[in-house]
Design a binder for this molecule. Structure first.
Ligand SMILES: [Zn+2]
Length: 251
């Protein structure tokens, strides 16, 4: 019989794999559509790519949202007695994705160089929209849940500086998380939002603690103070974290 801690770790790993699989499937389909579009005139190509990108995001973010809702329920069952609550999936907003994809595609016809930039931006955006459905599903259900859920940002091994700051806060209430502003996910962010109902739960994995990320934060903040900075914003700390650890943080 697996312990609750083992079960939790298994669920977290499983969630991470599910998001990665959906992202990969989405990006692979996009690559194929992109190659196909090269044979078309530019107007037809951008129209097609906009539609393909949004339907890929709709499909895969729905899959991620459903997996995340299940993830929420299963983690909840480890800590909270059954009370009829069921998590609801959140997926990407179709209209918004369409609009954003259209914006990204405006430079498609400009030049070969512009097309390459459009390609990378759209590919990263697709990946981000898909992965974001996990974080949004957890945040939304934590809000709905009467048994106040906490949640933590559990980063990959090389997060962006902002994700690391979020992670360093450990398990946060919804209100606390909002204080830090809505996170703008970095490209290829594989950080997960993980809920817990007791502050003593370890969502980090055996031997790992949020304090690991906190050290980078305080080191950067300390340097800024030494340099005479006052009224230090998270943004400034992130910039300093990147400067101090250029290979640790992806952005
Ligand atoms: Zn991240």
């Amino acid at each position: 019989m697996a312990s609750a801690a083992q079960r939790r770790q298994w669920l977290i790993n499983n969630m991470r794999r599910a998001v990665a699989a959906c992202e990969k499937r989405g990006v692979d389909d996009f690559l194929q559509a992109w190659d196909g579009a090269a044979l078309l005139d530019e107007d037809t190509a951008t129209g097609l790519l906009k539609d393909v990108a949004s339907s890929i995001v709709a499909r895969e973010s729905e899959a991620v949202g459903m997996a995340a809702a299940e993830f929420y329920d299963e983690l909840r069952a480890l800590e909270v007695a059954e009370d009829g609550f069921t998590a609801e999936p959140v997926s990407a907003d179709f209209g918004r994705v369409q609009e954003a994809a259209e914006n990204l595609l405006t430079r498609y016809a400009e030049s070969e160089e512009a097309r390459r930039i459009v390609f990378n931006a759209l590919k990263n955006a697709i990946s981000g929209w898909i992965a974001n459905a996990e974080k949004e599903t957890i945040a939304e259900n934590a809000k709905r849940d009467k048994k106040k859920a906490l949640y933590a940002f559990v980063p990959s091994s090389s997060p962006c500086a902002f994700c690391a700051v979020m992670a360093s806060r450990g398990l946060m209430t919804n209100r606390k998380a909002k204080e830090y502003g809505s996170a703008r996910m970095h490209d290829n962010c594989s950080c997960l939002a993980v809920p817990a109902w007791s502050a003593s739960v370890n969502v980090w994995g055996k031997g790992k603690r949020p304090e690991f990320w906190e050290d980078f934060y305080y080191q950067a903040e300390g340097r800024l103070r030494e340099n005479g900075a006052t009224n230090i914003k998270i943004r400034d700390v992130c910039a300093e974290m990147r400067r101090q650890n250029p290979s640790r943080f992806t952005s």
